[in-house]
Design a protein around this ligand. Structure first.
Ligand code: ADP
Ligand code: MG
Ligand code: MG
Length: 252
């Protein structure tokens, strides 16, 4: 049984009824890495938010099955507990809340019980060491003065700590210079090596991230649908030829 099965998924902006997803079909088996690429505005971020249960969108048709059960009636936090992870994006700084405390709150929520503080510390230190993060980072306020690279490393730390079955990574590469990109992708690869059953959905506009993380399958999204699927070679072809040729082929 696939880990995630998306069939004929239609979704609109809850506030004004604009349809963004227009029949998405996608199947992810446990342990696979899938990449979704596509031009800006094609609906990639909307898809990631709809999978994780963001309340700004309403599903109007189709279904999302996680381990065979529909998640459409589950709130975002229930989906997170079930094992669906979308890196929390905090656009604002949270003064006074340390990375460690934020992490412990998230872990308690995921596990549905208070994690022992000493076990937590030990686990956090081990994970940070694995990700080559300075231990001082854990004491800083969330996003307070974080560089783009530090924000992304914080996301990867969350991924390493929460151990989700499905990790949806939306534009994890955006705004990273090449050194930060290497560190972040090495972190994802280490998490994957440690827990091979982790299933990853990488959403990216650019193929360069896929030089460091090898996807099993690549999908192209345009205008709210997946219009082409293939292997890693499809990403290289997109890098060379852009997106227009696929759209032309489809409409021909
Ligand atoms: P991508 O991630 O592929 O760039 P998005 O999913 O962010 O695309 O957006 C797809 C389209 O839907 C865009 O035209 C975007 O402006 C619009 N859109 C998505 N979410 C909202 C929203 N909450 N309010 C208004 N417009 C939205
Ligand atoms: Mg409608
Ligand atoms: Mg996006």
């Amino acid at each position: 049984e696939p880990l995630l099965t998306i069939t004929n998924l239609h979704a609109e902006i809850a506030e004004d009824g604009t349809e963004i997803l227009k029949g998405v079909n996608l199947q992810l088996n446990a342990g696979e890495i899938h990449a979704i690429m596509g031009p800006n505005g094609s609906g990639k971020s909307t898809l990631s938010k709809v999978i994780s249960g963001h309340p700004a969108y309403e599903v109007t048709d189709g279904d999302i099955l996680f381990r065979g059960d529909s998640v459409l009636d589950m709130e975002a936090d229930e989906r997170a507990r079930a094992g669906i992870f979308l890196a929390f994006q905090y656009p604002v700084e949270i003064p006074g809340v340390s990375v460690a405390n934020f992490m412990r709150t998230a872990l308690n929520a995921k596990r549905g019980e208070e994690v022992d503080i000493f076990d937590f510390q030990e686990e956090l230190e081990a994970r940070m060491e694995m990700l080559e993060m300075d231990p001082v980072f854990a004491q800083r306020s969330v996003n307070d003065g974080f560089s783009g690279g530090e924000k992304k490393r914080n996301e990867i730390l969350q991924l390493a700590m929460l151990e989700p079955a499905l990790a949806v990574m939306d534009e994890t590469d955006s705004g990273l210079d090449i050194d930060a990109l290497k560190i972040v992708t090495a972190g994802i690869n280490k998490i994957k090596a440690e827990r091979p059953e982790t299933t990853i959905l990488l959403i990216t506009h650019y193929q360069r991230m896929l030089n460091y993380i090898k996807p099993d399958h690549v999908h192209v999204m345009a205008d709210g649908r997946i219009i082409r699927s293939g292997g890693p070679e499809l990403a290289l072809e997109l890098e060379e030829r852009g997106y227009d040729w696929i759209r032309e082929e489809i409409s021909a």
